[in-house]
Design a binder for this molecule. Structure first.
Ligand code: OOB
Length: 522
């Protein structure tokens, strides 16, 4: 957590206001009462109802023995119950651990065990997968299925005191680059600052309607300004069950959506769909399309206004903290070619070389950052924290950026061993460790391959054991059986005799990537 002098400064400057998540919901229920907070298919939930349900559920969780500081792994799709659950846990000071709907037994098992979770809240069948089958992986965590939540409702008068604003509020997942996913501890104070400031930058107001397309548990959809920004502003959240144009475009028209957030491949998919339609859908309500999670090319960015009739906003953020936005009113040159500038005047940005010396202004370098909503360390990960953060508390983002004289950042690449598959982050080492358990695999390196649609896909370079024959379908089947989320399973396989090595004897991923683009061209 933050050293005392920084915490004092962030309070004095008015960033950390002492608000908790429960305060946010309670205040919103008082101010916006009967207005609709969440639309989930045919169901509409008002602000007051949401608060009441969350508090009754909190009483139910309390009766189950879930209390302050306890971890609860939450894996819910974009549905109304998600809000009840997280605000119930926030009210108790219990920490949701935000899993994604795509996670399977490998990830859920690890989250539950690593956080010693008291409970695992999930859904039934979603996108053809029965999440209740993850109960075994959850181990000692008690399985709670969304459809049973109302059975738990209790009397909110019996609730204990809530958490303090400086307490942890939840654990978010890191995209990561190491063998096991790291957990990101966020406090009420720090996170809500980023939510309020984001809502202001994105000009949210009670008439704003936000379409939640990406998973609600991801930082982008949750807080940039996302669903929490909307609840703060008194607007309306519309939950999209699926991100495809056939689902989303009619929803935008019917619900009069004003703002939504997507990753670049989805932006492209929507653009192509609308451009190819003879009878255009009514997108007149849409004011802003936010695009982030991976780099948005300027050519695609430039198509947004002519095709969809709305502004594009670039968002470059990370679950660890720092979020950058292009601003309403920025000239096209900025909006199309940069990934925005930080939320806060107190977001400290350093762009450094290999020796962590500042590069010349405007040069490309490693992005380091520190600020009022950027964590100072991962949860229970002392050893990893020694390399992920500098001695004076800057987070080493692993991103390569250029900082323009106007303070806007341009993402130029990445130094971390991560694959960004259309915004979904894959830690190379995590997948490698799973592949290394295969009896036919001697050694492995997973690298990114450029992809026209997703930006990047993943390719496993494998050195087989003597006599073993390996095929892609076989290895993919093996990883699925180990319960790895589908997006982490390599798209390609290259069987090789040996790996190129760097001067110090490490596998040279750069040469592997170069070999791939050579074979692609040939
Ligand atoms: C968002 O958060 P994460 O934690 O899934 O991933 C963070 C990483 C960044 O370090 C960067 O490598 C990449 O995703 N990234 C971008 C980008 N936005 C994120 N790279 C290039 N251009 C962009 N616009 O992805 C996230 C969190 C909050 C808001 C938006 C995105």
């Amino acid at each position: 957590m933050w050293p005392d002098d920084f915490a004092r400064r962030y309070r004095d400057l008015g960033y950390w206001t002492g608000q908790t998540f429960d305060d946010l919901l309670t205040t919103a229920a008082e101010r916006f009462g009967d207005r609709t907070a969440v639309v989930d298919g045919g169901r509409e939930i008002s602000y007051r109802e949401l608060r009441d349900r969350a508090h009754r559920l909190a009483a139910g969780f309390h009766r189950l023995g879930i209390g302050h500081g306890d971890r609860v792994v939450v894996q819910l799709p974009n549905e109304a119950e998600y809000f009840e659950v997280i605000f119930a846990l926030f009210r108790l000071g219990a920490l949701p651990v935000f899993a994604l709907p795509a996670h399977r037994s490998a990830e859920i098992g690890y989250f539950c065990a690593h956080t010693e979770a008291k409970a695992f809240v999930t859904t039934g069948v979603h996108e053809g997968f029965d999440h209740r089958t993850l109960a075994a992986a959850a181990g000692n965590a008690r399985l709670i299925v969304d459809e049973e939540l109302s059975d738990l409702y209790g009397d909110p008068a019996a609730l204990p005191d809530g958490p303090a604003p400086g307490d942890l509020a939840f654990l978010q997942l890191s995209g990561g680059s190491t063998g096991l996913p790291k957990l990101i501890p966020r406090t009420h104070d720090d996170y809500l600052y980023s939510v309020r400031a984001s809502a202001e930058i994105c000009e949210l107001e009670p008439d704003s309607v936000y379409l939640a397309v990406l998973p609600v548990a991801h930082n982008f959809t949750m807080s940039s300004p996302g669903v929490l920004g909307i609840l703060h502003a008194g607007g309306r959240i519309v939950l999209a069950p699926r991100p495809d144009p056939a689902t989303v475009l009619p929803l935008i028209a019917v619900e009069r959506v004003t703002i939504t957030a997507v990753v670049p491949p989805l932006a492209l998919l929507w653009l192509d769909a609308v451009a190819g339609m003879e009878k255009k859908p009514d997108l007149s309500s849409l004011r802003v399309l936010q695009v982030g999670g991976a780099k948005l090319g300027s050519t695609v960015a430039a198509r947004v206004r002519p095709v969809l009739g709305c502004h594009v906003q670039q968002v470059f953020g990370m679950a660890e903290g720092l979020v950058n936005y292009t601003r309403a009113g920025d000239p096209d040159e900025v909006v199309l070619n940069t990934q925005g500038r930080p939320i806060s005047p107190d977001d400290e940005i350093l762009v450094v070389d290999e020796h962590e010396q500042p590069v010349a202004p405007g040069e490309v370098g490693h992005l380091l950052t520190r600020g009022p909503y950027t964590i100072r360390g991962y949860w229970n990960a002392d050893e990893h924290n020694r390399t992920a953060f500098t001695a004076d508390g800057f987070y080493r983002t692993g991103d390569l950026v250029r900082r323009r004289p106007d303070g806007y950042l341009v993402v130029e690449g990445r130094a971390k061993d991560q694959i960004n598959r259309g915004g979904e982050k894959i830690a190379a080492e995590e997948v490698e460790n799973h592949l290394l358990t295969h009896p036919g695999v001697h050694d492995v390196a997973v690298v990114a391959v450029p992809d026209q649609y997703l930006g990047e896909r993943s390719c496993a370079f494998v050195v087989p054991r003597a006599g073993a024959t390996l095929t892609l379908p076989q290895l993919r089947g093996y990883l699925r059986e180990r319960g790895l989320a589908a997006y982490k399973i390599p798209d390609r396989l290259n069987v090789v005799d040996e790996f190129p090595v760097t001067g110090v004897g490490k596998i040279s991923r750069r040469e592997l990537r170069a070999a791939l683009s050579a074979t692609q061209k040939g």
